[in-house]
Design a protein around this ligand. Sequence first.
Ligand code: ADP
Length: 260
Amino acid sequence: IDGVKTVRVAMTSKRTTRRIIAIGSGKGGVGKSTLSANLAIALARRGLRVGLIDADIYGPSQPRLLGAEDRKPTANEYKKLVPVKTEFGISMLSMGQLVKPGQAIAWRGPMAGNALGQLIDADWGDTETLIIDLPPGTGDVQLTMVQKYKPAGALIVSTPQDLALIDARRAIHLFTEADVPIIGLVENMAGYECPECGAISDPFGTGGAEAASKELGYDFLGRIPLDIDIRLASDNGVPPAASNGRSADAFNTIAGKLTD
Ligand code: ADP
């Protein structure tokens, strides 16, 4: 299935139904949450009405990434959750907001699936596009996602080395089995520019995700450099895509591919 084309049509159509873009990865720590937050913001800056769901029960990080840890969702008169508005033009709900801070989220499968349902069926108002930051791997939340809430497409993020890519293939399989189009692959943490001398090095290698996209027949959506500014901005709750600096470039490029 040609993912990019399918999603571009879905995202730019005048239909009023909401479409879901799932962001998945084979394993944790590859930058899935970073990409989800910044892609959501980059899309909003292009004029789309975007909501972000943090469904990563093992490490909900969107409230921190979006500087919204002190904002709590409320409930409307129909007892639906009302998402939190962030400073960056997007609304957000996180699994982390459904439990007390610091409380380990040790939900059994059905509970996690129900929680995902509460986040998706929340009062999203006129939001057209929901970006979902999934937990890593292929567990219960992902299954509920593909079976019950049929995303318009899934985007897979991986670091460049082989091991991460093998896991990414497994994540891809989960979506293709459920006939969810793969929008494409994104390679994160590729290429590090030394702030002292400007030399480029590749701690995790480079090009692996692009090669894997070709081999599997999916679009390669772009490469995000390993960049200390991305890490620092993220830790400070100011996503790089909200700035006009260089660290926003990669996210803007990917957003452009989904909409232009
Ligand atoms: P995941 O959601 O896959 O577990 P995160 O998005 O939480 O991964 O990223 C893990 C850590 O790596 C975070 O500290 C994040 O700021 C950092 N990080 C992610 N992408 C980059 C990048 N391109 N450059 C520098 N740091 C990054």
